[in-house]
Write a new protein. Sequence first.
Lengths: 262, 305, 412
Amino acid sequence: MGRLGLRIATAAGFAFLYIPIVVIVLYAFNAQRVQAWPIQQYSTEWFAAAFESPSVRAAFALSVEIGLGATFVALVLGSAAAFAVQRYRFFGRETISFALVLPIALPGIVTGMALNSTINAAGIGFTIFTIIVGHATFCIVVVYNNVIARLRRSSRSIEEASMDLGADPWQTFRYITFPVIRTALVAGGLLAFALSFDEIIVTTFTAGTQETLPIWIFSHLRLPNQRPIVNVVAVFLIVLSAAPVYLASRLSGSTGVGGSRT
Amino acid sequence: MTTSPTALVPKSAAPASLGRRVLSALYVRKRLQLALLLAAPTGWFVVLYLGSLAVLLVTAFWFLDPTTSSIVRSLTLQNFVTLISEPVYRTIALRTVTIAAVVTITDAAIAFPIAYYMARVAAPRPRSILFMLVLLPLWSSYLVRVYAWRVILSPGGLLDWFFTTIGLPGLSPGFSDASMWLVFSYLWLPYMILPIYAGLERIPQSLFEASADLGGRGWMTFRRIVVPLVLPALAAGSIFTFSLTLGDYITPKLVSNTQFIGNVIYDSQGVSNNVPFAAAFAVVPIAIMAAYLLLARRLGAFDAL
Amino acid sequence: MHRRAIAALPALAIVLAACSGGASPSPAPQATGPAATPAATVAAAAPTVGPGEGSLNLIIWAGYAEDGTAVPEYDWVHPFELATGCKVSSKPAGTSDEMVTLMRQGGGSVYDGVSASGDATLRLIGAGDVAAIDPSIFPDFANVASFLQNAPHYVVDGKHYGVPHGWGGNSLMYRTDVVNPAPTSWDVVFDPTKSAPYVGKITDYDSPIYIADAALYLKASRPDLGITDPYELTQPQFDAAVALLTAQRPNVGDYWSDYAKEIDNFTSKAVVVGTTWPYQVNTLLGANVPVKSIVPTEGMTGWADTWMMSAHAAHPNCMLKWMGWMLTPQAQSMVAESFGESPANPKACDLLDKGVGPYKLASFCTAYHVNDSAYYSTIAFWKTPLANCGDSRGTTCVDYSQWSQKWTQIKG
């Protein structure tokens, strides 16, 4: 067909995707504080500065904490909702699947402002929990989508067979159902974690003085003196995430029971 | 699965534990199961999310008293009157929607070859690597990537330098709508690639073979088989690109000197504390996205997310 | 088994990172100079204030709470933290409006204090968001420049609602290698003929308060309008300023509210002339970018910043200690030199003349008119436009909510 054309188009697409990444890596080694092109001098001094900075470490730890919290909530609620929608017929089924998409379909600033007004009206403070709630709201749909897609491709006959053989519901869930959705949970969970980790808009509206990594990056990008350190942090994030992301991609590739490409 | 069948046989000698009895009872009562499964997510959503949205929408009908700078809680339409009567808000809304549409089309065009290659041409090992390469940019901080684009697009920046080096006149979009289009297309590209990839991957190979058997050439197969089957995935991906562009205020602030819907909402809310007006203007993207979602559902996007 | 081990690796990495992040902050860098200030100075700054509560949350203009990560010599956060035990976390804001909104978050209990400019102070005071304090508890307050000790932007009905921090102006900056002849007036950005060579390369400050800059220009160039106070404008005066800015709009390359953006723009020549703050000038000159900053003939608008404490502050003692510390010559000298503003306490001049860090300037106090009340009175300091003109015109002036709405329309 246009096999060569396809390869060229793909390569061009990936090049487009990675040009700014290359720029970021280059600037992590920029000796100067002002970000001008071309780079005059290279230096590795910012790597040391970034690793020594306590505020970077604190922001990173906070983001990890919030990510784990939001992912956990999303895993529990998302899979519960997926099972409910996939396995049962009930009134309002269509509405629920529509409503679940809203947090990710409506712009972040709308979600953020809505939650902010509610938090202010309820008189509760802006804490790490308000941030987790904000993040979980759009993380749920990511897990939900993955799990429900997996459930659609798997058949219930295996579960029924297991019951016929004498297993009780808990054993069936543990030995039959859970392994089927396990990879969907991991893939959904990793994507949810990624969304939460890099989230800035909703976080701005649900945080008080807490500084997640994106908020730290935002306030430091505005100060030109801190820009090189921010680039170093970005490079570090890419390197750190390569392994888990590769894992997620391997897991997403595997098919569920009863599903295939043929 | 590596469990042996004997593990599934309960020890009928010992009486079932309380937990097991509860679960068995639960298994029979389907309604109760359903209720328990749904309770938490529904509670979360209805109370926290939809409730907050409702509060926001009500706020749109209040107004800010200019003298005391505090919100007066009596219903009025004055925010909406301002929105309709002042032409600048129409201009901003139109600009945002236009760029969102252009970005969606651009992303679909760039994402399709990549997704097709990954789904149907690449062997499993390279496919995983490519999949990882698609996801990796999402981890490197949205903000840093936008700032990197500023470096690329500014006068004397990477793009300008590249063009002058190869002998063409310099090109630096700088603060223009063209820059917005480029940067937005770049940022949301992975969100378009993923659903299309998933959609293409699901097409059974046998369909291609059947089409070939029936005499369809490459382009015919593509037009008659692939496009209809991948349309839901395209619709799903477009939900992301459209909605993310519609509400973003950070990228326009950094890469453009014009205002988008997100900027007006953010400035009204954060800068002049005029939450009612911000909420009123927020109705615009909410309405647009609600309509878009209904259309996308028709196209089957919800099964392809 | 093998797969499980691999799956555990990322989790392990995350846990390790989280563990290291939970450690307490490392001690201040061993810099020579003011960072080695003993705790006594901090303690002496506010001797009668009770023990600190352990943390302090501030809203600041970026650069107002430096901790040495940018330039090691400019660190007035670590000495304070070490002496008082109040861990400082600061949120930078781009405009006064943002500061007012942030200050009101959570009913005023989220942030303990703010470095407010004159266009935020009266709003905060009027709405009861900030607390009155007794300046006599700070021994250094007596040394504050005379024209600041009872300035109307933070002293109302004889009550002080904060302590002065510093002041400066919105000067005109231009690239010396591009802008010729060297400008002397704001007409290079406002007048269609004068600004013609720089179309698309002009920059404005991104806030409704910038309308006052246009009004200031019109005060000199259109005496028929009779503008006396650029913040108290009657409807025709306001409309003229808005019209000027609307006409200028096609020539404007960028509206800035964060320093990095303006610095980037001037470095890459995306923008070559426009209003600026001393911080950007210092940074650009430090990076050897050929710029110059002048005070045009029409004068300039400016800001006089005050540290104010929230009326519902969760950590009032820490905030008072911070206020006291920020009045001392040591803190003032670091602030003034790093940001490039005139310190409220002229006693800092002794330290400034010796030089504190890389941005030192010979005869700093003369260059920045630190004790010059005549110069101070030529700057049109930011204040919130109110309907009440404050003079014989009564309540016919245009209030700030209209400024905000019009600003959105000007930018388009």
